[in-house]
Ligand binder design. Structure first.
Ligand code: FMN
Length: 162
């Protein structure tokens, strides 16, 4: 079925591409912030580079430009509520991170205790891309914490591998 070239068809088509789910975090000055991100990919092994695509209108877009660094927290299958939390603007009314639920990594970015693993990166470069900016990060720290199975995002819903 050929679809019309519009946003709804684009979302529908991209929804068939399953992704993992992460929470991108940063600290700009005193402010810690997190946002659910699925547009995350590895780019280069030498040097170690990753990319995230961040919508221009987000709070994250402004804060990561200030901080120049971020963490990508990889979510496991038990973290659907965390993925939902960091995608909902309601969270901005109160501190986003609860005591005991995170620590600060070497870039100062929050590392979620429940993340199955994480990478920290400094901003290596950016590329304007329509209503998003592609942020390329140079990886400066890596850790796998648990072998929990991943949280999957597919056709607008959260899934696990089973
Ligand atoms: C599963 C999922 C994946 C998402 N991936 C991205 C993404 O890759 N880039 C992005 O800019 N927004 C993404 N979003 C939307 C943001 O998480 C959401 O707009 C968030 O509230 C923006 O946060 P902020 O404006 O407070 O920084 C995603 C949302 C969900 C539910």
């Amino acid at each position: 079925m050929t679809l019309p070239l519009d946003g709804a068809s684009f979302r529908y088509t991209m929804g068939h591409f399953a992704t993992g789910v992460t929470v991108m975090t940063t600290t700009a000055g005193e402010r810690m912030h997190g946002m659910t991100v699925s547009a995350f990919a590895s780019i280069s092994l030498e040097p170690l580079l990753v990319m995230v695509s961040v919508e221009r209108s987000t709070v994250m877009h402004e804060l990561v430009a200030q901080s120049g660094a971020f963490a990508i927290n990889v979510l496991g299958e038990r973290s659907e509520s965390t993925a939902r939390f960091f995608a909902d603007n309601v969270r901005l009314a109160a501190p986003e991170f609860r005591e005991g639920g995170y620590r600060l990594g070497i870039t100062g970015s929050p590392i979620l205790s429940e993340a199955s693993g994480y990478l920290e990166a400094t901003v290596h470069g950016t590329q304007d891309a329509g209503d998003h900016t592609i942020i390329v990060g140079k990886v400066v720290a890596l850790e796998i914490v648990t072998e929990e199975e991943p949280l999957i995002y597919y056709r607008s819903g959260y899934r696990s591998l089973d």
